[in-house]
Design a protein around this ligand. Structure first.
Ligand code: 0X9
Ligand code: ZN
Length: 305
């Protein structure tokens, strides 16, 4: 199997980031956007195919939740595909020629490391709550979007602990700061999770529909249809709160309210047979599906903006 059909340790991913930037000096830049609770760097790769940079951009993050290993695998897959098939595949060429892409391969490096060394099923980051002695806040409950209401927990020992206050965690704060300072160029926010095979969009913190609900629905539907047609796999789609559950403080809803009107959470394979323990032999099909959905949605954003 190739490098991209395996899971990689955090150290390998840092090495890969460095090597990728080194191998493609004209198109890949590494941006340090902050550091984790345990002081690991949070690196974003910027793919920019033109000499004069695009005004439009999209953001892609992976690995908010530590145990969802196929998520960082997708970020690596996407970067590799983009660098290999620009000028070969019309869709990725069109996307990269018209928007810059920011990729954060591992938003939660401390948690990811912990799943490799100590507890494969860890979800949260690794900040300690002194009062309880429990570790970790759920970074996807820590954003300032109806923070810590129904669907999150204020108990530091819970798997869905919202943190002490919005953006209390250095990982979510780094992402929020970067998006705030680039919100005029970024039109599409994409965040990758697993598992359950869903294409979700705002809102997740309320049952109310977003302003451009029908646009988002149409985009997710086309992506799901293409996955069904080309890969014979079923993805559900819809607003988060109505499709899975109410869950406030998520990055997708926060990015949407910031003004990034195309905002999606992908839940990749599978539907529960292996769950978070998706075998490496399924990485390629999981990533190809997610890549197809990413292309469909990014191309639609280019049409609409
Ligand atoms: O609950 C979550 O954070 C996500 N599901 S997961 O199983 N990967 O944990 C869904 C996130 C959907 N979006 C928001 N809740 N904002
Ligand atoms: Zn997740």
């Amino acid at each position: 199997s190739s490098f991209y059909e395996r899971y990689h340790s955090l150290e390998d991913i840092y090495y890969w980031i460095n090597r990728t930037a080194h191998d493609f000096p004209n198109t890949v830049k590494v941006i340090l956007i902050g550091s984790s609770y345990e002081k690991r760097p949070l690196y974003v790769l910027k793919l920019s195919m033109n000499d004069n940079p695009n005004k439009k951009a999209m953001w892609l993050d992976c690995g908010i939740h530590a145990r969802e290993w196929v998520s960082p695998a997708f970020c690596l897959w996407f970067v590799h595909y983009s660098l290999s098939f620009h000028q070969q595949n019309v869709d990725i060429t069109n996307i990269l020629d018209n928007m810059d892409v920011y990729i954060l391969p591992v938003m939660n490096p401390d948690g990811y490391k912990y799943t490799w060394t100590t507890n494969r099923m860890w979800r949260k980051n690794r900040s300690i709550s002194k009062s309880s002695g429990c570790f970790g806040a759920d970074l996807n409950r820590n954003f300032d979007a109806n923070w810590c209401t129904e669907g999150a927990s204020s108990n530091p020992c819970s798997e869905i602990y919202c943190g002490a206050f919005p953006e209390s965690e250095p990982e979510s704060q780094a992402v929020a700061n970067f998006l705030r300072s680039h919100k005029d160029s970024i039109q599409l926010y994409l965040t990758i999770h697993s598992y359950s095979q869903m294409l979700l969009f705002p809102y997740s913190y309320t049952l109310e529909e977003s302003d451009n609900h029908n646009d988002l629905l149409e985009m997710a539907q086309e992506a799901a249809q293409k996955i069904r047609r080309y890969y014979r796999n079923i993805y559900r789609y819809g607003a988060g709160a109505k499709t899975i559950y109410l869950a406030p403080g998520g990055s997708d809803d926060w990015a949407y309210n910031l003004g990034i009107k195309y905002s999606f959470t992908f839940e990749l394979q599978d539907r529960g047979r292996y769950g978070f323990l998706l075998p490496p032999s399924q990485i390629s099909s999981a990533c190809n599906e997610a890549l197809l959905a990413t292309k469909v949605i990014a191309l639609k954003v280019l049409e609409k903006t």
